[in-house]
Structure formats: C-alpha cells, structure tokens
Write a protein that binds this ligand. Structure first.
Ligand code: M6R
Length: 566
C-alpha cells in the first residue's frame, strides 16, 4: 500500500521525511522517492530497489540540499506501471517546478492524459498519478496560486486519491487533498506535517487532524486551512493519538515482526482488560446501544488478508454463542455482491489500520444502504472508526511489521468479546457457559507466553523444511482460518508457494498436487473434528507428504502420525 509523508517549515525536513518513509515501510512498497524545496529550487530523488528503496534513498539524500525546509516523500506499491524509477513518485510537471505524490487510483487518467499530450505535455511515467501534476501545471497558468490550481485540477479527476503537491514558487506551502485514500495533518515545533498514516508522524506532532473525504488542505509552517473541494471553510476535529516514539522502536529485538510476536500476550491482555472480568463483561464503549445490538438479525464481517481470516473466527463465535446468522466476506468482493441490508443488519469492518480502502468502501456502501456499522480496529480515530456507528478497539499498540501478528490475535479476542456481548443481550448462553468462556479468555495471555517459550521447536521444524518450495496448510472449523493465515504468512515472509485449504475439500482435486517432498501443515483441534483431521493427515501421508502438525499437547494420535508436531 502506498504511503505519503510531507513536512513544511522544518529545519530537519530531510531526516523527518526519511524517518517518515521508514515508518511507512510496514505497509509494503516497491519504490520510494522524495522532493525537497530549498533556495536552490526543487530537488528530487527516487529509488526502485524493492524493499531496499528507502535505504537507497537515505544514501541518495546525502546529496540533498541542506537548507531544505519543505518536502514530500512517498512509498509506492505499483498499480499502473512497473515498479521502476520513472514510475516512482514524486512526479514532476513539464517545468520541473511542481512535484506531486499520490495514493489511490485516478480512474479517468487515460482520457486526461490524451488531452494533456495533445496540448504538448510530456509524460515521463506510465502512471495514472502523473496526469494530476500536469493538470495542476495547466491550472497554475491562470495565475491564482497552487491552492486554487490544485482545487481545479482535482475537480477533473475521478477515483480515489490522497495527494500532496509542492511548488518551487511557494516553498512554504504543501497543498493536499483527499477522496477515499487516508490523509492526516499535524503540527509540532512550528512545522506542519502530513501523512497517510499515524505511525509516520509519531514523535513529531503535538496535534493531529484527520482530513476527510473531499477536503483540501493548505499546510503552512504551524498553520493550515481546510476547505471543501468547493471552497467552503471547514473546522477540523483533532484526533486523539496516545503513542510515543518508544513504541515505534525495536526494543532489542532483531526486527519488528519478532518484537510484535513477543508482544502478543500484552496485546490480548490489553484487549481483554476492563472488558472481560471473572463473572461479567463490561462493554459500554461501543456507541451502538444495547437495544440496537439486541435487535440485530444478521451480521456481515468484512476484512482483507489477515483481517478476513480473523473475521472467519469471529463468525464462528457469533454463530455459536449469539446464535445469529453471520457471513464473512473479503471486503474487495463484498462491494460487488447484492447483499441485503436493513437497519437490523450489523456490518463489522475488521481492519488493523482502519484505513484499508476496500474495507472502507465496503462499510460505506453498507451504511448507505441502512446497515449499522461497527469497526473493529487498532487505530483510534482511523477513517474506519470515524465512518462507523461504533468502534471496538483492539489495543495491540502500534504494529510496524507488514506481517500482522499481535493485531491478529487482538482482533480475534475483540470479536470474541463482541460475540459474548451479543449472546448476553440475546440470552443465548447460560451464565455458567459465559463464565467458562470468560475464564478461558482470561487465561490466554499466560498461555501465549508459554507458547513463546517454545520458539526453539518451531526453529527445528523451519530448518528441516526450509528447502521446500510447496506447502499446503489444512484445517477445519476455526482451524481453517488458522491454516489460511499460516499460508498467507509463509508466502509473505518466506516467498514460498503455500496454499491454505479446508482439509475436507482436499480430496476434491488439489490432492493431486501432494507428492513426496510436499510439506503439509495440519491444524488439528481437539474435539469432534480431531478424528476427521487425523484421516486427512493419513490421506496426505499416504502420498508421501512431510507432515507438520499444529496440535494440542496431549494429541497422541497426531504425535504418532506426523513428522513434526508443534
Ligand atoms: O489494516 P488492515 O487489517 O485492514 O489490513 C488488511 C491486510 O492488508 C492485512 O491484514 C495483511 O493481510 C496482513 N498485514 C498480512 O500479514
């Protein structure tokens, strides 16, 4: 996902932008760039060395003008055009005096580009974003400055965007605009800042504000004006941000992912804290009334990637405990189906960042059609939290690693708390049953700590299967989202082919791919499904697969059947 950072009027503009880009790396990217304004004019550097691009920019910026006080920086995930230097942001206009960064997609860029090219504009990339900087160049010719030129240019584009633009002619100004893609602005030490994500501004700002859809911001040192796209003045609302710089550091761990894996017990404990007590639940914070919650007749959970997988776990809890029909959808697909909503439908948007466009669009569509919206997110004040009728926050703290770990468990915990609340309101569980679940939830942090003491076992298995190219992850019931998530993580981190599959579905085709050397990771839950998983393991074992089971300690059948047990 692309990232945006900008600073105006800061003596340390270059290190600020580089640090911001570094903080945004967690969103994933394949190229990066900066544009700086100084007395010498506009200076730009870009790098397209995949995940090393920000590191390369640090080196390139050794040549940056030392008097630069204003600048913008960008991390790009290629959408239109390959991840290479010409397509990396910032993009410049034909004069080289304007620089622009953009997140999102300009849907009508081709028709705009044809028009601009026919009037002589030269394009140096194949991106959709570059049309915007040329449009602003055209509008600037009318002579009323960067703010109005940007306003007129964005009126011509369709799609999703957050943009930031600087001009050598107005070095104490960044103009930014938002439609759908996230954007925040902030202040500290007399400088102005903007970013696509709160982590990029940690430690810099004393005040942070969210830019809402269809708003344009003129950001100057220590002040900013927000207007609607039509020019009407808007009074922005400050966000509450309670993270400090320490949480954004590695704290002695080799990398952020390892640090965050070790923070899982705290993430779950914090998410439970003051909500789940020995005999009762406290959940008055939702901003959706008990009456409205009790009246819900149908639930949809929507999310992407890991948040989709945790939504699957949430569905099982809601169905089992609250006896409510619940469906799970991948957010990017949800928008295109004809789901039926009414005011008794609850749509739960699940998102660590609260800024994932697909999930935002899914909940906005459901809201427009009358559904109640609840955000389960880690970020207070995120777009999703603001758009929703209510929010249930995971309290995992800042997650820097691209690969979700602690926020995933915090989401599962929050969704289970919500399922219990619905069960209470609907009277679908006895107090003995809820007390049992409360107790087991409260044991989770200690159990997680115990598991983290066993990472050496995982290391042995990882070394044994490290040369394998093809993995299958199998599971049933809540073991299925665990399997899907395992496959996602392996792909994301180890660049290995990995498929997550419902274990019972394997025989309907994919079993053909199991051969000697394939590694099958089987997630085995105790209870009625254990025997079925044992049979699935026997099936793949008969085809020569190496089996790694993720099982409970006392599953002796698994121990006898599998090559490795975690
Ligand atoms: O911030 P979100 O939870 O909305 O992000 C959705 C996905 O991009 C995210 O869960 C992704 O799949 C994980 N970071 C992968 O580890």
């Amino acid at each position: 996902m692309c990232g945006i950072i900008g600073v105006v009027g800061a003596d340390d503009a270059v290190p600020t932008i580089l640090a911001g880009l570094h903080a945004l790396e967690y969103r994933g990217y394949d190229s990066a760039g900066v544009a700086l304004l100084s007395d010498g004019g506009l200076w730009r550097a870009r790098a397209a060395d995949a995940s090393q691009s920000v590191r390369e920019l640090f080196a390139l910026c050794a040549e940056a003008p030392s008097d630069a006080r204003t600048g913008i920086g960008h991390t790009r995930w290629a959408t239109h055009g390959n991840p290479n230097v010409p397509n990396a942001h910032p993009h410049l206009d034909c004069t080289g005096q304007l620089a622009l960064i953009h997140n999102g997609i300009i849907e009508n860029y081709l028709e705009l580009k044809v028009g601009l090219e026919s009037s002589g504009h030269q394009f140096s990339s194949v991106t959709d974003s570059e049309v915007l900087v040329h449009l602003i160049e055209v509008e600037l010719a009318q002579g009323d400055g960067l703010v109005e030129a940007t306003r007129r240019a964005i009126a011509q584009v369709r799609g999703a965007f957050s943009v930031a633009v600087v001009s050598a002619a107005e070095p104490e100004l960044i103009v930014a605009a938002r439609r759908i893609s996230p954007l925040i602005v902030g202040f500290g030490g007399g400088a102005g800042y903007l970013a696509s994500d709160i982590p990029a501004l940690i430690g810099r700002c004393t005040e942070v504000y969210a830019v809402e859809d269809d708003q344009l911001v003129a950001l100057r040192p220590g002040r900013f004006e927000v207007t609607s796209f039509d020019g009407a003045e808007i009074t922005p609302v400050p966000l509450e941000v309670d993270w400090d710089i320490e949480v954004a550091e590695k704290g002695g761990y080799e990398d952020f992912m390892t640090k965050e894996i070790h923070e899982q017990p705290q993430a779950v404990a914090a998410t439970l804290l003051d909500r789940v007590h020995a005999g009762h639940l406290d959940l008055d914070e939702l901003s959706i009334s008990d009456e409205d919650l009790a009246a819900v007749t149908k639930i949809f959970l929507v999310g992407c990637g890991s948040s989709y997988h945790t939504s699957m776990v949430g569905k099982f809890a809601i169905e089992a405990w609250a006896k409510l029909p619940a469906e799970v959808d991948i957010a990017s697909e949800f928008m295109y189906r004809d789901a039926i909503f009414d005011d008794r439908t609850l749509v739960i948007g699940v998102s660590q960042s609260g800024e994932t466009i697909d999930t935002l669009q899914a909940i906005r569509r459901a809201k427009a059609q009358g559904a109640k919206i609840l955000a389960v997110t880690n970020i207070v004040g995120s777009s999703m939290a603001r758009d929703a009728d209510g929010a249930l926050y995971t309290r995992a703290g800042l997650e820097i690693s691209v690969a979700s770990t602690k926020t995933l468990l915090a989401q599962v915990t929050a969704l289970q708390i919500l399922a219990l609340r619905l069960a209470e309101l609907r009277g679908t569980m006895t107090s003995a049953e809820t007390a049992e679940v409360f107790a087991s939830l409260r044991e989770l942090p200690a159990k997680l700590t115990e598991l983290l003491d066993r990472t050496d076992q995982a290391e042995v298995v990882a070394k044994a299967v490290a040369a394998t190219e093809h993995f299958f992850f199998l599971g049933r019931h809540v073991g299925l989202p665990v399997a899907l998530e395992g496959a996602l993580k392996l792909k994301e981190i180890s660049y290995r082919r990995a498929e997550g599959y419902p274990a019972g579905e394997l025989k309907h085709g994919p079993i053909a791919l199991i051969e000697p050397g394939t590694v099958v990771v089987a997630v085995v839950l105790q209870g009625p499904l254990a025997e079925k998983m044992h049979s699935n393991i026997a099936e793949v074992k008969a085809r020569g697969a190496t089996i790694v089971a993720v099982a409970e300690d006392d599953d002796e059948v698994v121990a006898g059947l599998c090559d490795y047990v975690l």
